[in-house]
Ligand binder design. Structure first.
Ligand SMILES: [Zn+2]
Length: 318
C-alpha cells in the first residue's frame, strides 16, 4: 500500500513536470515567432535589398552637368578604368566580411551605425580620377600662418586639431591646402619639364608625372577640404612627403585622432585600387566628425562610404 502511494505521487510529479515543460516550450516558441515577424524582413525584401546592393556602386562622373561634360569626363576617366575599381555595395560588404571574418551579416554591420547624410552637401564632394572636376568648386578660403589656404568653414576644427597635436608633442606644418585646377595643371607641367630636363625620355617623364602629380581635374585639393600635414621635427631630420612618414609618431597620432576633428586619412594602404592614389600618410580630408568616425571605425575609404550612403538613401526611398 505504501509503495502504491509512492508510485501515485511519483506519477503525478512526472506528469506535472511534463505539463510545465510543455508550457515553457510553447511560451518560448510563440515569443520567438513574434520576434521574427517584428524584426526580420521577408525573403522578398532581402532579395530586393541585395539586388540594390549589387546595383549601387562607388560614385563615378558625379560632376557632369551636361551630356557634353559627361562625354569629356568619361574620356578622362577611361585612362584609369583598368587600374581603379568602382565596387558595388555588395562587393564592399563582402570585402568587409573577409577582413572581419563575419560572413553572415556584414552589410547589416555596416548599416547599423551608418550616418544619414545629404549627399549634395558640399562637405561630401568627391574628387578623384573617376570623378574629375570641370570647373573650380566654389569655396570661401582662409589662410594658415604660413600662407596655405583651406576652406574657411572648417577653421575651428583645423585649429583644434593643430592645438591638440601640439599638446600631444607634435608641431604640425601645413605643406599644402587649397590648390586651383589651373595651379595644379602648372604644377604638373613643371614636374614633367623637370623630368625631361633631368634626362628622362618623354615616355618616362609622362609616367613619373602621373605617379607623383595628381591630374589637375582629379585633385582633391581643389575643394579646400584637403590638407597635407607633416611634423616639423620630421622635416628637420630631412623627411618629406613620402611613405616613410607613416612610421613617425606624429603620423600615427594623426591616423588615430584625425577623425575626432572630422578628418580622414584619405588614401590608406591597401585601398589604392579604390581611391586611385598610393598610400599618403600626410593627406587628410575633412568630411565632418560623424562620417570621419564611421569611416575610421570600419576601415573604409570615402568612396566606399559614399556608396553605402547612396544605398541607404535609396533603400529609404524605394
Ligand atoms: Zn594632398
Amino acid at each position: 500500500m505504501k509503495d502504491n502511494k509512492k508510485g501515485i505521487i511519483l506519477s503525478i510529479a512526472i506528469f506535472s513536470l511534463i505539463i510545465i515543460i510543455g508550457i515553457l516550450l510553447f511560451i518560448r516558441h510563440s515569443s520567438s515567432v513574434d520576434h521574427e515577424t517584428e524584426s526580420t524582413p521577408s525573403e522578398e525584401a532581402i532579395d530586393k535589398n541585395w539586388q540594390l546592393a549589387n546595383d549601387v556602386h562607388t560614385p563615378t562622373l558625379s560632376h557632369a552637368q551636361s551630356t557634353e561634360d559627361k562625354q569629356e569626363m568619361e574620356t578622362f576617366s577611361k585612362q584609369y578604368n583598368d587600374q581603379i575599381q568602382s565596387p558595388s555595395v555588395a562587393d564592399i560588404a563582402k570585402s568587409y566580411a573577409k577582413d572581419h571574418q563575419s560572413p553572415e551579416d556584414s552589410l547589416d554591420d555596416l548599416m547599423v551605425d551608418l550616418p544619414t547624410i545629404d549627399t549634395n552637401d558640399d562637405h561630401y564632394i568627391l574628387v578623384n580620377k573617376l570623378n574629375p572636376l570641370k570647373t573650380e568648386p566654389n569655396v570661401t578660403l582662409t589662410s594658415t600662418a604660413n600662407g596655405e589656404q583651406y576652406a574657411a568653414d572648417i577653421k575651428s576644427e583645423v585649429d583644434q586639431l593643430v592645438s591638440d597635436a601640439q599638446s600631444a608633442g607634435y608641431s604640425l606644418v601645413f605643406i599644402s591646402g587649397h590648390r586651383t585646377i589651373a595651379y595644379q595643371k602648372q604644377n604638373r607641367e613643371n614636374g614633367y619639364q623637370s623630368y625631361l630636363a633631368a634626362g628622362y625620355s618623354i615616355e618616362e617623364a609622362e609616367q613619373l608625372t602621373d605617379t607623383y602629380y595628381a591630374p589637375a581635374e582629379a585633385s582633391e585639393h581643389s575643394t579646400g577640404l584637403a590638407l597635407d600635414l607633416l611634423d616639423s621635427q620630421w622635416m628637420q631630420q630631412g623627411g618629406s612627403l613620402n611613405e616613410d612618414y607613416a612610421s613617425h609618431p606624429s603620423a600615427q597620432w594623426l591616423a588615430d585622432h584625425a577623425a575626432d576633428y572630422g578628418f580622414i586619412l584619405r588614401y590608406p594602404k591597401g585601398k589604392e585600387k579604390i581611391t586611385g592614389y598610393s598610400f599618403e600618410p600626410w593627406h587628410f580630408r575633412y568630411v565632418g566628425k560623424d562620417v570621419a568616425k564611421y569611416i575610421h571605425r570600419h576601415h573604409l575609404t570615402f568612396e566606399e562610404f559614399l556608396a553605402l550612403a547612396n544605398y541607404k538613401n535609396k533603400l529609404h526611398n524605394q
